[in-house]
Design a protein around this ligand. Structure first.
Ligand SMILES: Nc1ncnc2c1ncn2[C@@H]1O[C@H](COP(=O)(O)OP(=O)(O)OP(=O)(O)O)[C@@H](O)[C@H]1O
Ligand SMILES: [Mg+2]
Length: 318
C-alpha cells in the first residue's frame, strides 16, 4: 500500500533567491495530503523537487528507502516509475494526439503489447470523461480537457505516489466536485500516496487527510486535516478561510501593525459569516468519503486506523 515520502531539511534557491528553507514533513503512505500557499511560494518547485526534476541545495527526500536527491539520472529513472505526476501546465506533447500522449508512459516504461496499452488508455480516458477525444491534439481542446488528459496520463502506470499540481484549476465547479470524488475513490481503490497542490479551499477542507501550508519561504505547518482546520495560527486561519485580513497580502507581506489592526477589526465583526471567536470554534467539514461503488477495503482500513489511533502524529511548525 502506497509509499511514504520523508522530506528532511529541504532548502531550495535559484541564484540568490531562496524559495523555501528547511522544509521537513512526512507524506504518510496511502494518505492524501494537500499543499496550500499563496502564488509564488514554491509549491510547484516543491513537487518538482520530490520527483527529482529539481535538485535541492540541502536536505533529503526519502522514497522507498532511497534519498532521491542523491541518485544518478539512470537510478532516478527507475524511482520515477513509482510516481504519477500532473504538472501545473499539463505538459502534454503538442504534436501528439491525446491517445498517444496518454499512452506515452506505458510505451516508455513498459513492454506491454499495444492491445493492452489500448485497454488501459481507454479505461483512464473514460475515467476522466475524455472518450471520443482520442484523436484530438492538445491545441484543439479546452484548458479543462487538457488538464483531464494530464490526469489520465498520470494514472496509466498505476503509480504508488500521485502528485497533482492544481488539478482543479481551469475546471468548472461541477467538474471540481467530480475530480474530488475521483481522487477519494482512486485513493480507496489503489491506496496510493497523494500530494495535491490546490488553491481551492473547499476541496482542501474536505478531501485530504493532511494539509500543509507554505508561506514566507517556510512550511508554516503540516499535519492532520483536523488540526490545521482548527488551528489558531494567523496565516493558516487566513488561508483556510480565504479572507483578506491577516498576514498575507496581494503582492507582498503586510507589516505587523496592519495585520494586528485587521485582526482586531475582524474580532468586532461577528456577522461576517465565519468564525472568529473562541479557539477551536471553526466548523470541521465532513470528510469526503469514497463512493458507494468502492467496496475494496484499504481506504476504510486507513480511516479506521487513523481514528482508532488518537492523533499522536507530529504537526510540523505548530
Ligand atoms: N527553473 C526556475 N528557475 C528560476 N526560478 C524559478 C524556476 N522555477 C521557479 N522559479 C521561481 O520560484 C518561485 C516559486 O515558483 P513556483 O512556480 O513553485 O510557485 P507556486 O507556489 O507554484 O505558484 P502558483 O500558485 O502561482 O503556481 C517563483 O519566484 C519562480 O519565479
Ligand atoms: Mg505552481
Amino acid at each position: 500500500m502506497g509509499v511514504e515520502i520523508c522530506v528532511e531539511g529541504l532548502t531550495k534557491s535559484f541564484g540568490h533567491q531562496v524559495i523555501w528553507q528547511d522544509v521537513s514533513l512526512t507524506l504518510p503512505a496511502g494518505e492524501v495530503s494537500v499543499m496550500l500557499g499563496p502564488s509564488g511560494t514554491g509549491k510547484s518547485v516543491f513537487l518538482k523537487t520530490l520527483v527529482g526534476l529539481l535538485r535541492p541545495d540541502r536536505g533529503s527526500v526519502t522514497v522507498a528507502g532511497r534519498d532521491i536527491t542523491r541518485l544518478r539520472e539512470h537510478e532516478l529513472y527507475e524511482v520515477r516509475k513509482l510516481f504519477g505526476v500532473l504538472f501545473q501546465d499539463g505538459a502534454l506533447f503538442g504534436s501528439m494526439n491525446l491517445y498517444d500522449n496518454i499512452a506515452f508512459p506505458l510505451r516508455e516504461h513498459t513492454r506491454k503489447p499495444e492491445g493492452e496499452i489500448r485497454r488501459i488508455v481507454l479505461e483512464k480516458m473514460d475515467m476522466v470523461g475524455l472518450i471520443g477525444a482520442e484523436g484530438k491534439l492538445p491545441g484543439e481542446i479546452s484548458g479543462g480537457m487538457r488538464k483531464r488528459a494530464g490526469l489520465a496520463r498520470a494514472l496509466v502506470l498505476d503509480p504508488e505516489i500521485i502528485l497533482f499540481d492544481e488539478p482543479d484549476s481551469g475546471l468548472d465547479p461541477v467538474r471540481v466536485a467530480y475530480l474530488n470524488q475521483l481522487i477519494v475513490d482512486l485513493n480507496a481503490q489503489i491506496d496510493a500516496t497523494f500530494l495535491i497542490v490546490t488553491h481551492d479551499i473547499a476541496s482542501a477542507r474536505q478531501v485530504p487527510d493532511n494539509i500543509g501550508l507554505l508561506f514566507r519561504r517556510e512550511l508554516v505547518m503540516f499535519g492532520p486535516r483536523e488540526q490545521l482546520l482548527t488551528s489558531e495560527e494567523p496565516v493558516v486561519r487566513q488561508f483556510l478561510n480565504g479572507r483578506m485580513q491577516g498576514p498575507i497580502g496581494m503582492a507582498e507581506e503586510k507589516d505587523a501593525a496592519q495585520v494586528e489592526q485587521e485582526l482586531a477589526q475582524l474580532g468586532e465583526h461577528h456577522g461576517s459569516g465565519e468564525h472568529t471567536g473562541t479557539p477551536g470554534s471553526q466548523d470541521l467539514p465532513p470528510r469526503l468519503l469514497p463512493g458507494p461503488g468502492i467496496t475494496r477495503p484499504p481506504r476504510w482500513q486507513a480511516i479506521a486506523r487513523r481514528e482508532a489511533e488518537p492523533r499522536r502524529r507530529e504537526v510540523t511548525g505548530a
